[in-house]
Design a protein. Structure first.
Length: 255
């Protein structure tokens, strides 16, 4: 479970982007994602004319499952394409080494999935003991509207596939590889990238952001110790799908 990516980077003769350049690129990537994510929402609202849109309609539209799903997929594709372009522009670097797209065995993946599941379950039990809602209100409101099978499939693709892929490519791929070669080191890079990762989930309550930060740290550690980006990608997919199923069970969707 040793991280072999640094050796691969050195052999390629190049170095990742520095701390500040990476931070600027990260901000630009997040802005590009949010613009793409908002496009379906703005398209729906523009059909009725902006001058006729009420505040209540705007709030309701922001929790529309269709807009959120398509927006996440579109924004995720844009974010990944930007990262791939930035890596290609960096002389002496190759995409596989920079993003740690190395194969990983199933045993370390299962190990880190268990670690994630145990810790997240512990946090859920803590929230329950503190009489705090386990399921974020944002997720409940997303499912409060139309509940068609096609929308459910689209939500699973957006939340269970698109979101984990683009977030891991950006945070545990591009950002982590760049920052761990700075004075931050691997663990500083994990902590700082996880903090930013939590901040971009501001649709959740504060205590849920703590859980997101912890999850980000686990994902970062799995990336560091296995030397492969695929590990956090698979873990993230598993965690998001579990969260979706948990929400559907709570809403008695299958009853």
């Amino acid at each position: 479970m040793n991280d072999t990516a640094p050796e691969s980077v050195r052999e390629s003769g190049g170095r990742p982007y520095g701390f500040w350049v990476t931070l600027v690129f990260l901000v630009l990537i997040l802005v590009a994602f949010m613009l793409a994510q908002s496009a379906p929402l703005f398209a729906d609202l523009s059909q009725s004319g902006w001058e006729n849109v009420t505040e209540a309609e705007l709030e309701a539209a922001s929790f529309d499952g269709w807009s959120q799903s398509w927006g996440t997929i579109m924004g995720g594709v844009r974010a990944v394409l930007i990262v791939l372009s930035l890596v290609r522009w960096r002389r002496g670097m190759d995409t596989i080494s920079y993003l740690a797209l190395h194969p990983v065995g199933w045993k370390p993946v299962v190990f880190w999935i268990v670690v994630m599941f145990v810790i997240m379950t512990g946090l859920d039990l803590l929230f329950q003991a503190l009489e705090l809602p386990v399921i974020p209100d944002f997720m409940l409101r997303i499912f409060a509207g139309e509940q068609s099978l096609f929308l459910l499939v689209l939500l699973f693709l957006a939340v269970g596939v698109a979101a984990p892929v683009w977030e891991e490519v950006v945070f545990r791929g591009f950002v982590f590889e760049s920052w761990r070669r700075t004075l931050l080191g691997p663990f500083g890079a994990i902590a700082l990238s996880s903090l930013i990762f939590a901040v971009i989930h501001l649709q959740y309550e504060f205590y849920h952001l703590v859980a997101v930060f912890v999850a980000g740290c686990i994902l970062g550690l799995s990336r560091h110790y296995t030397g492969s980006l695929w590990t956090p990608v698979y873990i993230h997919m598993f965690q998001n799908i579990v969260a979706l199923v948990q929400t559907l069970v709570y809403l008695e969707f299958f009853v």
